[in-house]
Design a protein around this ligand. Structure first.
Ligand code: K1U
Ligand code: ZN
Length: 167
């Protein structure tokens, strides 16, 4: 397995729209394992292929405390959403920034697993927030782009300062 580099906002590649996976093979399963290892080591609770510069519709998520409930979504489709709720979000591509975003409270998503088996999942709470955050990544959208232009400008300045101080 391997830990993959994660693209950092405002890298333009984070704005690419991911393409459908047309064949679920050993290459895809290796990417799933590498993305899971990258997510767990970050640490994070989700990761979209876009964030590791692979522009295909693939997401991994594990919101369990014990890191023992990996969920793999290939070609996910949101089939139902209900309600609205504001939640604090973070992003491995925007380190150190946590902001409130309003999203659907309950969702139903259809996807394929890493063996190509279709499944339907109803989610609420952190899992629902995380699925919507990761599906945004597949559309080339980073969570800070839900915020005002003023907040986005401030976040970019903060990240620049953070990076100047690190390197
Ligand atoms: O997409 C990503 O960069 C992953 C992101 C997912 C996410 C978190 C919170 C709300 C919505 C989506 C993260 O995992 S950020 C890190 C984080 O939230 C976390 C890290 C360790 C333990 C618990 C949470
Ligand atoms: Zn993210």
């Amino acid at each position: 397995m391997a830990i993959l580099p994660i693209l950092q906002y405002p890298d333009e590649r984070l704005h690419k729209v991911a393409k459908k996976v047309d064949q679920i093979n050993e290459t895809i399963r290796k990417l799933v394992r590498d993305m899971a290892e990258t997510m767990y080591s970050a640490p994070g609770i989700g990761l979209a292929a876009t964030q590791v510069d692979q522009h295909i519709r693939l997401i991994v998520i594990d919101v369990s405390e014990m890191h023992d409930d990996l969920k793999v979504f290939i070609n996910p489709v949101l089939v139902h959403s209900q309600g609205e709720k504001e939640n604090e979000e973070g992003c491995l591509s925007v380190p150190g920034i946590y902001e409130n975003v309003t999203r659907a409270e309950r969702i139903t998503v259809r996807a394929l697993d890493e063996h190509g088996e279709p499944f339907t999942l109803e989610a609420e709470g952190l899992l629902a927030v995380c699925i919507q955050h990761e599906m945004d990544h597949l559309q080339g959208r980073v969570f800070v782009e839900h915020l005002s232009h003023l907040k986005q400008t401030r976040i970019r300045a903060k990240l620049k300062k953070q990076r100047r101080e690190t390197f």
